[in-house]
Design a protein. Structure first.
Length: 430
């Protein structure tokens, strides 16, 4: 082989790398956004464009403002999207708990999508490889006041192939029954006061009615399929303990978000008082936010939402830290297939992962938002981990996406030049 031929032959390490220029020369040139409102929870999809013609997609969490992502644009232009950790450390100060983490997390998902595409590998590979080829999903199911209707609805989920279920079990099911709830005036109508400060309690009658409700559901669906419980209402920890002890007999998969996550010591009290696993975490931002609950072993299951907790790499760190303390990880997810796929890659790469939520089973067009993947995305209760680069889908279906968009939104991935000049002195030290 001549010297000129050798020079033209790609290095073995580059044979499977997309080198439109080179990944090391990849640069972010633009960030654009489109919002969907005709879904169970409104959400925004961001697109990060580059100088090499490839784009990455992420999702601002359901119910969050797209501004949380757009305000970061001027801090990202010119960066190499493959430097995921570097960029994440640069922007994570602009996120916070619950929906305020949505912008930072959307950026991280899009960076992982871009980096995977640049190197030709699925996102899970960038997180260290996978522990499983398919991801178990649980179907969250809207409440029915009639327990027979609720049981039949869950039975239909099982007939669809779901092997893990969740329903709401709370004061909403019994507040119409005289004597079931004791509450100060106007507190039942409030959703802005933390649980411990409302004074709302379930009475013995109210707890007995919940026991009857769950018992009827269990009689219909049986015990072979795990069934988790959520949305107990804004009640104090003492009422949670009494209700939890009464419901322990039904072998529920977990009691979720019984009280706000910030009160780790109260979660310790709750966990030690009942015999059902305790779960929380969908509103916690970053590993640091989970540390108190994990280190005190206040829960049996952490439940991060990747669109709040920090994206793929940060959520894997959270899962790994929980595993060191003997705690499992389930994942909350109430968004589009973008957030679902980002969650799938994180779940594949996290050893102590248990199950991933899906809140869009009843949305007919949900599976058609993206192309290049099996349809439906969930089959027999599982999502197969994509082996295609990045998050794994090939493209949006623009017709379907536009059907679900807000007609009053400025546009579909229109230019966002107004955010190009957003400047601030971001350094956190003098």
């Amino acid at each position: 082989m001549s010297a000129s031929e050798a020079a033209q032959k790609p290095l073995i390490s580059e044979q499977h790398v997309k080198t439109q220029s080179r990944p090391s020369e990849l640069r972010i040139t633009d960030i654009r956004i489109a919002s969907m409102t005709k879904v169970p929870f409104s959400t925004s999809i961001i697109r990060i464009d580059t100088n090499q013609g490839i784009s990455g997609y992420g999702e601002v969490r359901d119910g969050a403002s797209k501004t949380y992502a757009l305000m970061l644009k001027s801090r990202l232009i010119g960066e190499n999207p493959c430097n995921v950790d570097k960029i994440f450390r640069k922007i994570k100060q602009f996120g916070f708990h619950a929906r305020q983490g949505g912008g930072v997390c959307a950026i991280e998902m899009a960076l992982m999508d871009l980096a995977g595409k640049a190197y030709g590998v699925p996102a899970y590979q960038l997180a260290g490889g996978k522990f499983r080829d398919k991801i178990l999903c649980y179907a969250d199911t809207p409440s029915r006041v009639d327990p027979v209707e609720m049981g039949n609805a869950l039975k239909q989920r099982m007939e669809m192939g779901f092997k893990f279920l969740k329903m709401d079990v709370g004061i909403d099911l019994v507040e119409h029954i005289p004597g079931a709830i004791s509450a100060p005036p106007e507190m039942l109508a409030s959703r802005t006061i933390m649980h411990q400060f409302t004074g709302i309690q379930l009475t013995p009658l109210g707890i007995n009615k919940l026991v009857e409700y769950v018992g009827t559901v269990r009689d219909i669906i049986g015990y072979e399929v795990p069934l988790a419980a959520d949305h107990f209402g804004h009640i104090n920890v003492e009422t949670c303990i009494r209700a939890g002890q009464a419901l322990d007999q039904f072998t529920l998969a977990w009691y979720e978000d019984m009280i706000p996550w910030q009160f780790a010591d109260q979660y310790v009290r709750l966990s030690r008082a009942v015999n059902t696993p305790i779960c929380t975490g969908e509103d916690i931002y970053l590993k640091e936010g989970f540390k108190d609950l994990i280190e005190k072993e206040a829960v049996s299951v952490i439940h991060p939402d990747i669109a709040t907790s920090g994206g793929i790499l940060e959520t894997k760190k959270i899962g790994d830290y929980a595993q060191e303390h003997g705690i499992a990880m389930a994942m909350h997810m109430a968004g589009s297939p973008i957030a679902a796929l980002a969650s799938v890659h994180c779940a594949a790469a996290t050893e102590n992962f248990m199950v991933l939520e899906n809140h869009s089973v009843d949305l007919p067009r949900w599976n058609d938002i993206v192309d290049g993947l099996p349809k439906p995305l969930i089959q027999e209760g599982f999502i197969t981990v994509p082996e295609t680069p990045g998050l794994g889908f090939t493209d949006f279906n623009p017709e379907v996406f536009k059907e679900l968009c807000d007609p009053d939104d400025p546009g579909f991935f229109d230019p966002s030049d107004v955010w190009d000049r957003e400047k601030a002195h971001d350094r956190l030290w003098s």
